[in-house]
Design a protein around this ligand. Structure first.
Ligand code: AHM
Ligand code: MG
Length: 341
């Protein structure tokens, strides 16, 4: 059988960076460090179900070391892989309240990284896809010392790289540097991410909606109407839509990115800002969806235009195919009502 040409993540990153005159290769190195962290987390996620069988119960493993929860393991792995490359000046993680500084013995770089180390944590113990989400910005503050809060609190539109990894039936890393969206599937036999999804484009309109309908009673009227609209029969607009909700944002998002559709985590009576975090979840996925030709909004405002006020800020999220997010906005803003036939 003839061997097809293949593109590794590393080569893709380098070739992509070459397109920018004056590029130093630093971003390429940074992304390579990140890919290594993703491989380590992937390995550990794949072993998760064996923990009990191999006797790793309780708080210590066979070496007498603390057994870390997988989300803390992912958090620590990302920090360890990224804090000594000389590229970052500060980090922030969904799992840590404050800033993560670069240890004083290491060189301080010009980039800032924010991440959700293991998204979908409620699915960890039940073999359902989970993932890592990351976002990279240029530092804003002058000087060469540690990065500051101000460097982290940048609008999503300032991102220079965003990506995610889904640990699912296979492990896939999807990223953008503002020049299209590319997906690489991990080949575990050679330990390389290989280009499997070239220049991903989300369909302009989908047929899938993803939302936790258990919260229905707490929703605003506009949203209730929108969901009813999606469930109505109308041949012309391909309704009813299909409901799909995994409960792991990365996995729900990835599916909708490929097939088209809309993912929502709206505000409700109990959570006025929804549940998802602007800096670790909404911004990176919004950058990716826009690069793929889709749309992301909090129901009123483009996610990437929101000026963050705090690291762990939450925002409502409507993300996916252009057409679907636009109609959702119209309902949420009260500009559209159910058609009575
Ligand atoms: P996590 O980062 O603690 O895992 O929480 C975020 C997750 C998302 O992955 C997912 O979309 C959402 O929470 C599910 O929430 P719910 O169970 O309320 O539907
Ligand atoms: Mg999360």
């Amino acid at each position: 059988m003839p061997i097809k040409r293949f593109m590794t993540l590393e080569r893709h990153i380098i070739e992509n960076e070459r397109k920018y005159p004056g590029a130093t290769g630093e971003l390429s190195n940074l992304l390579s460090d990140l890919a290594l962290a993703a491989k380590i987390v992937s390995l550990e996620v794949n072993k998760a179900g064996l923990v009990d069988i191999l006797g790793f119960t309780g708080d210590k493993n066979i070496h007498g070391e603390e057994v870390k929860k997988l989300d803390m393991f992912a958090h620590d792995t990302l920090i360890k892989a990224m804090d000594h490359g000389g590229h970052l000046c500060v980090m922030a993680s969904e799992e840590e309240e404050g800033l993560i500084h670069i240890p004083p013995q290491h060189k301080i770089g010009k980039y800032v990284m924010l991440f959700d180390p293991l998204d979908g944590s409620s699915n960890i113990d039940v073999n359902v896809s989970i993932g890592t989400i990351f976002s990279i910005y240029r530092r804003k503050t002058k000087g060469e010392g540690q990065g500051k809060l101000e460097d982290c609190l940048q609008k999503g539109s300032e991102q220079i790289v965003a990506g995610y990894v889904v640990y699912g039936s296979s492990t896939i890393l999807v990223y953008t540097t503002g020049n299209g969206v590319y997906g690489f599937t991990l080949d575990p036999s050679v330990g390389e991410f290989i280009l499997s999804h070239d220049n991903i484009k989300i369909p302009t309109k989908g047929k899938i909606y993803s939302v936790n309908e258990g919260n229905y009673l707490y929703w605003e009227d506009g949203l209730k109407k929108y969901i009813k609209y999606l469930q109505q029969h109308d041949k012309e607009t391909c309704r009813p839509y299909t409901g799909r909700y995994i409960g792991s944002l990365v996995a729900d998002f990835h599916r909708n990115l490929i097939y088209g559709g809309i993912f929502m985590y709206p505000r409700d009576n109990r959570n006025p800002n929804g549940k998802l975090r602007l800096m670790y979840e909404c911004n990176p996925l919004s950058y990716i969806v826009e690069q793929a030709g889709g749309k992301a909004s909090d129901g009123h405002t483009r996610i990437l235009d929101i000026q963050p006020k705090e690291l762990h800020q939450r925002v409502p999220l409507f993300i996916g195919s252009q057409h679907d997010v636009r109609i959702a906005e119209e309902f949420v803003q009260g500009q559209r009502d159910l058609e009575t036939k």
